[in-house]
Design a protein around this ligand. Structure first.
Ligand code: NDP
Length: 484
């Protein structure tokens, strides 16, 4: 099999296998064919990975930030050099079109390695002068062994968004990808070693939720960073709390995108397309509740349908294809179930709605209009190519409705009224907001959710605070005053 890795796991700088683990079949979503066979980690493999990470951590943290950063930046360069091959692998693992994977996966991972590699040398504490000559200094310290657990939509990106800041701060990592897309994290581990990372600094083990759960509760682990759904987040957060571990939770969403009647319609339609159909809709921050002001609703829907006619659906390895399959049969069936619910609850299907008659898990880009706030498709995360268009009349009304959700990952507004744009964004209950665009996530900017969508932030300088902690040192320059 062309995409069969040398073994299932990467521990202590080497590929490791244990065939006693439950079998994992990796399926190419565009055809349904098995492209690799792996095994889930057994308790012995989990043990080996955690020991390796634990043993490597002190020496890794003892390197200077400059040295750690150099390794990360070298890894970034290697990823960019191999972008095409890594993108082919990612396309086979996820089904996402090569047109997307060449610009949004290994490249995004490389950005994180480069950015945090650059920051590593300047991670410091501070000097705090006090009265009478006393002072405090703080030492920024690594947390220790960090666990990363990934979702299946952006496997390379997630492996790097977690690994790069963790390693920059002097931590080591055990990363568990989703069993649906287990291949590319192994490549990230290989590349880090090739770039000079010592053995054990970045380990990858495969497995289902039970493997993730056993990592989260292990006493050797200081921090858990999860990208996944809200129900999984709840479980992982609770399990981590028992050991008082640090957490970052990047969870799901049902984000609003508001289009006012003064907006540039072409841009708003582009934003709605990007925010609903990129990666076949399998993006956590998608703006799946598109609120369109009533006066422009029909014009918006007409233009949206015209633009969707130009989506090129097909073989994701064809560079002209812009819309690929969903990641798995299961995920496709979940989305189809929501489409049926949308119809049954009275939403007006204006585009798509059907499985495409070909091999693989292809679903048409789907748009419902006349969606109301209480319909299931407007309340629950679908994680597929299903857009809900809702009407609104006034700013006050839409603001309240946009925020009326347990989620708070992202939110966007399209308007040419400058003050209104900022007023709306100030009112959004969401971690990542967009004005006149949607779904961009540069590594320089914090990314993460409010409310049920998450805890903590990835990317940007803020991620450093989530992968390190401060030790405070009080220095007295005076005699000690005691009451007796
Ligand atoms: P899941 O929540 O099902 O799984 C996420 C990861 O957690 C998987 O690796 C999973 O393993 C693992 N896991 C499951 N149960 C446990 C447990 N009890 N303890 C530890 N680990 C566990 O999410 P999906 O993979 O289905 O991904 C889709 C979800 O991810 C969506 O809700 C989406 O919004 C969210 N997401 C959020 C992003 C963000 O940045 N906020 C980005 C991308 C996706 P296994 O797969 O084997 O069950």
């Amino acid at each position: 099999m062309k995409f069969q890795p040398r073994a299932s796991h990467f521990i202590d700088g080497e590929y490791v296998e244990d065939t006693n683990g439950t079998a994992i079949e990796v399926i190419y979503p565009a055809t349904g064919e098995v492209i690799a066979r792996l095994h889930s980690a057994t308790p012995a493999i989990v043990e080996q990975a955690l020991n390796s990470a634990k043993n490597a951590q002190a020496a890794w943290a003892a390197l200077s930030g400059t040295e750690r950063g150099r390794i990360l930046r070298r890894a970034s360069d290697i990823m960019r050099e191999r972008n095409y091959d890594l993108s082919v692998l990612e396309t086979h693992d996820t089904g996402k079109p090569i047109q997307e994977t060449t610009v949004a996966d290994a490249t995004s991972g490389a950005d994180a390695l480069e950015y945090f590699g650059g920051l590593a040398a300047s991670l410091t504490g501070e000097h705090i002068p006090l009265g009478g000559g006393d002072f405090v200094y703080t030492i920024r310290e690594a947390l220790g062994v960090c666990v990363g657990i990934g979702a299946w939509n952006y496997p390379t990106q997630i492996a790097c968004w977690k690994g790069a800041p963790a390693l920059a701060c002097g931590n080591t990592m055990v990363f568990k990808p989703s069993e649906t897309t287990p291949l590319s994290a192994l490549k990230v581990a290989e590349i880090l070693v090739e770039a000079g990372a010592p053995k054990g600094v970045y380990n990858v083990i495969q497995g289902y939720g039970d493997v993730g759960a056993s990592l989260v509760t292990d006493p050797r682990v200081a921090k858990v960073s999860l990208t996944g759904s809200v129900p999984t987040g709840r479980k992982v957060y609770a399990a981590a709390a028992d050991g008082m571990k640090h957490v970052t939770m990047e969870l799901g969403g049902k984000s609003p995108m508001i289009v006012f009647d003064d907006a540039d319609i072409e841009n708003a339609v582009s934003g709605a397309i990007l925010g609903n159909f990129y990666s076949s809709g399998q993006v956590c921050s998608n703006g799946t509740r598109v609120f369109v002001q009533k006066s422009i609703k029909e014009a918006f829907l007409k233009r949206l349908s015209e633009r969707l006619d130009h989506a090129k659906i097909g073989d994701p390895m064809d560079e002209n294809v812009s819309f690929g399959p969903m990641v798995s049969e299961n995920q496709m069936n979940i989305a189809l179930g929501y489409i049926e619910k949308g119809k049954a609850e009275g939403a007006r299907l204006i585009y798509g709605g059907e499985r495409i008659d070909r091999d693989g898990y292809f679903l048409q880009p789907t748009v419902f209009a006349d969606v109301t706030d209480n319909m299931t498709i407007a309340r629950e995360e679908i994680f597929g190519p299903v857009m809900s268009v809702l009407d609104f009349e006034t700013e006050e009304e839409v603001m309240a409705r946009a925020n009326d959700t347990e989620f708070g990952l992202a939110a966007g507004v399209f308007t040419n009224d400058l003050t209104r744009a900022h007023r709306i964004v100030a009112g959004f209950e969401a971690g990542t907001c967009y004005i006149n665009t949607y779904n961009l996530a540069p590594v320089e900017a914090p990314f993460g959710g409010s409310k049920m969508s998450g805890v903590g932030r990835e990317n940007s300088k803020l991620a450093i605070n989530h992968f390190s902690e401060m030790k405070t040192v009080y220095v007295s320059m005076n005699d000690v005053e005691a009451p007796y």
